[in-house]
Ligand binder design. Structure first.
Ligand SMILES: Cc1cc2nc3c(=O)[nH]c(=O)nc-3n(C[C@H](O)[C@H](O)[C@H](O)COP(=O)(O)OP(=O)(O)OC[C@H]3O[C@@H](n4cnc5c(N)ncnc54)[C@H](O)[C@@H]3O)c2cc1C
Length: 363
């Protein structure tokens, strides 16, 4: 019997893993607009350790055994097919849309070109090496890690981290934010809380300039990093019938991660408003559910007879401040040693190289 056709749009953390795990039991087509996967957590450290850049760009060539990875941009989805910008049409029994999110440069590619991403990272890395003063606006995980990586690698620089919240990581037990604040301050970082930056000149890239805070302070810096969060890339899924989205653009779904009136179209990752954060940690919960559910459905079981998806109640988080120190919440707050062992020392680079069939030496 012919295998069921599944078309997966977006080869990020959801798309690549679900494609790989369904490869043996379905006819898988993974549509991805870029020629390679990029591992953004390590794009932060690559700014102070540029040699890492080549390690975190992973071509799709060895990902699938029987399925195919097609380079192209999906522009429309129906119940039965996916159409690319090139006009190519891929028939599908099931479709998974995982088009993810964009982020300010140089942390994720801003377009399709990996060469442009590499250049943006190298340029900012050179600017950062020269800068005496750095202001980081936004103290989520990316901003906090950037402050820690920069202070660890360049102890002489003046680094200021600005957050509009009154504590770091306010959604987590207070101990996590307090530990991270103390560690950043010991690294020489000035942490300004409860202040909003009023006048960011750019939201999509770092620049030289100044930042005005709500209390009237103006901080001039050789490099201002706007690090204010991910933007869901959900226009494709929003064009489906019956889709509704939150203010940010993440789409609502039924209990089985279906966003529209098409019963065979699923979503996952940053575009899905299903109670999880926009994190890889979220995809680590969603992917096993998607893989298990899609396998059953491909075998002919009704979607509605499958266990509904349940999001993280409170997802764990790992926040290294450079390769050695950091704090994490792994259902309890833990410090340097565990954060370093799990994430700080190699930022999961070997794990993803292995997943893409690339050895540590690059072959
Ligand atoms: C600097 C940085 C550091 C981070 N660090 C961490 C961390 O340490 N831990 C953590 O849990 N999370 C982290 N995150 C968040 C994490 O990167 C995202 O949650 C994750 O990328 C979401 O995965 P995804 O599969 O939903 O989407 P993405 O990884 O964004 O992948 C979506 C893919 O879809 C492709 N695509 C989009 N539209 C189309 C289309 N129309 N046609 C074809 N292809 C398309 C894109 O090119 C992309 O490859 C970090 C984010 C950033 C920016």
């Amino acid at each position: 019997m012919a295998k069921k056709k599944i078309v997966i749009i977006g080869g990020g953390y959801v798309g690549f893993e679900v494609a790989r795990e369904l490869d043996a039991c379905a006819d898988v087509t993974l549509i991805e607009q870029r020629e390679a996967f990029v591992h953004p957590p390590a794009a932060i450290r690559a700014l102070v350790e540029p040699a890492l850049l080549d390690q975190i760009i992973l071509p799709y060539d060895n990902l699938l055994q029987s399925g195919k990875v097609v380079r192209g941009r999906a522009v429309s989805v129906s119940e039965t097919e996916v159409t690319l910008e090139s006009g190519a049409v891929f028939p599908a029994d099931y479709i998974l849309i995982a088009t993810g999110s964009s982020y300010a440069a140089p942390f994720k590619p801003s377009g399709d070109s990996i060469a442009d991403f590499q250049q943006a990272s190298k340029d900012v890395s050179a600017q950062l090496a020269k800068a005496n003063s750095v202001v980081i606006v936004g103290a989520g995980a990316v901003g906090t890690e950037l402050a820690g990586e920069t202070a660890s690698a360049h102890p002489g620089k003046s680094i200021t981290l600005v957050s509009s919240d009154d504590t770091l990581f306010p959604k987590y037990p207070a101990k996590l934010g307090a530990q991270l604040k103390g560690k950043l301050e010991r690294l020489g970082v000035t942490v300004i809380l409860g202040q909003r930056a009023q006048d960011l000149r750019h939201l999509d890239r770092p620049y030289e300039g100044s930042v005005s805070l709500t209390d009237g302070r103006v901080i001039a810096a050789d490099l201002v990093f706007p690090v204010v969060g991910s933007k869901p890339q959900s226009s494709l899924v929003q064009s489906l019938p019956g889709v509704s989205a939150d203010a940010l653009g993440r789409v609502k779904t039924d209990k089985w991660l279906r966003p529209s009136s098409y019963p065979n179209v699923f979503v996952g990752g940053d575009i899905a408003d299903i109670g999880d954060g926009m994190t890889i940690v979220a995809t680590a919960r969603q992917n096993p559910w998607l893989i298990k559910t899609l396998k059953k459905v491909i075998e002919g079981a009704p979607v509605e007879s499958q266990k509904p998806y349940a999001p993280w109640k409170k997802a764990p988080i790992l926040v290294p401040l450079g390769p050695v120190i950091g704090s994490s919440w792994l259902f309890v707050t833990v410090g340097d040693w565990i954060t370093r062992k799990i994430k700080g020392k190699d930022i999961f680079i070997p794990k993803y190289r292995k997943a893409f069939g690339i050895s540590s030496s690059g072959k």
